[in-house]
Design a protein around this ligand. Structure first.
Ligand SMILES: [Zn+2]
Ligand SMILES: [Zn+2]
Length: 83
């Protein structure tokens, strides 16, 4: 007893993050690792050239859940600003 530890208590945002981490639409075997501020979309490392060639503002999605959370929060804020 007392072996199970749950760190998810009071962290409803984790569901949002889980649904945000997905696979590339063009390359279904590759996870999305980048986010383009111009297109407001996420894509894999194979797709990045397409965006950098167009001088788009591309940021890397952090594999760390905490940084990822922060990034998504910033994304949400930006979207709200635009609307
Ligand atoms: Zn891709
Ligand atoms: Zn782009």
């Amino acid at each position: 007893m007392g072996v199970t530890t749950s760190s998810t208590t009071g962290e409803p945002d984790l569901n949002k993050i889980a649904s945000a981490v997905k696979f590339c639409e063009i390359h279904p075997s590759k996870k999305v690792k980048f986010y383009c501020k111009n297109d407001r979309s996420m894509f894999c490392s194979k797709c990045i050239l397409k965006h950098t060639e167009m001088k788009h503002d591309v940021i890397q999605i952090s594999p760390k859940i905490e940084e990822m959370k922060k990034m998504i929060e910033e994304m949400v804020i930006e979207v709200e600003k635009h609307d």
